[in-house]
Write a protein that binds this ligand. Structure first.
Ligand code: ADP
Ligand code: MG
Length: 313
């Protein structure tokens, strides 16, 4: 293709909300063999909401939720935000001792309803740890609980498995080294996902899903959208390695992602595609940015590349 053709394609892309940062990526997109999608915020809407809060001890529900929210208060993770939102709602609206009049809410927010948490640490791919009332609290996945030497009872395990089979994520809570409860978090899929996956397959491109989330949830999501190749429980540092493993035999690989976690993988891919609503770091690392946040534009981008570079023989 001539430089003019590349300029024209870049213009057509821009008009469709597909920002193309360079001619090289535009050229590579016609040769793609694999498109690897991040799950959370890319295939899903990234709007996690708590669906379930189950307490396994005698602890009062309100206290449990405030405890978990207090532990998550310093976390930037979308799961933490969902938990805080849920606990806040319970605290201010579902507790009959609290009126819902706005002045009161403002007053209570100002006075603070969370417990003091100290020594907070975020554990990538696992969850959070801190201390409340001198006792350790852990909020996260199985790996977090098991690595800290705590037992997961059959009752708790079964509860988590049920959530995961519904494509939800189970978040386990241990306080003072005892598993006290589980939260279920759902993040709905973007509407267009199945159509996009089918479209890629028709183009002879293999869709793949990569996620830090657990295997069972990952498989449930993949099954729903028609993706056969799944890589789950990948630590934030490991997504780029997954990309490289697909490139090993010389295949051209695209990565589609939205998060800080995804930026090394976006950079490692032959074609990095960031969701416009994603974090700045991901957008910076990518070759393409989908400004409409619609995954159908992955197909638009590949089509554009094919039309620009394919020669009629
Ligand atoms: P991804 O963005 O690919 O889903 P992450 O590495 O951010 O993956 O998280 C992987 C898993 O680690 C989550 O699904 C969750 O189980 C756990 N996790 C991470 N951060 C938190 C947190 N702040 N609170 C609870 N769980 C967390
Ligand atoms: Mg993501």
């Amino acid at each position: 293709a001539t430089p003019t053709a590349v300029m024209v394609a870049t213009g057509v892309g821009a008009k469709n909300g597909v920002l193309i940062k360079g001619g090289d990526a535009l050229e590579r997109a016609q040769m793609l063999k694999y498109v690897i999608f991040d799950k959370t915020g890319t295939l899903t809407q990234g709007k996690a909401t708590v669906t379930t809060a189950k307490v396994f001890t005698g602890m009062e529900r309100g206290e449990f939720l405030t405890l978990v929210a207090s532990a998550e208060a310093s976390s930037e993770h979308p799961l933490a935000k969902a938990i805080l939102e849920y606990a806040r709602h319970f605290h201010f609206f579902d507790d009959s001792s609290v009126t819902t009049d706005t002045q009161n809410i403002a007053k209570e927010l100002k006075s603070g309803w969370l417990f003091d948490a100290s020594d907070f640490s975020a554990l990538p791919g696992r969850g959070v740890q801190c201390f409340i009332d001198g006792k350790r609290i852990l909020v996260g996945n199985r790996k977090l609980i098991v690595e800290n030497g705590l037992d997961i009872s059959t009752e708790v395990e079964n509860f988590v498995v049920d959530l995961e089979e519904r494509a939800e994520t189970g978040i386990l809570v241990a306080y003072d080294d005892i598993l006290i409860g589980v939260l279920g978090v759902a993040d709905p899929l973007k509407r267009e996902v199945s159509v996009v996956i089918e479209g890629l397959q028709k183009m002879g491109i293999m869709p793949v899903m990569v996620t830090g989330d657990n295997w069972r949830t990952a498989r449930a999501v993949a099954k729903e959208v028609g993706i056969q190749d799944v890589r789950a429980e990948v630590l934030p540092s490991g997504k780029a390695d997954v990309v490289r493993s697909f490139q090993n035999d010389g295949s051209i690989v695209a990565m589609v992602g939205d998060g800080i976690n995804d930026s090394p993988a976006l950079a490692a891919a032959d074609v990095g595609i960031a969701i416009g609503a994603g974090t700045d770091i991901a957008i910076e690392a990518a070759d393409y940015v989908l400004m409409r946040n619609n995954l159908e534009d992955v197909i638009t981008a590949i089509d554009l590349s094919r039309k620009t570079f394919s020669r009629i023989r």
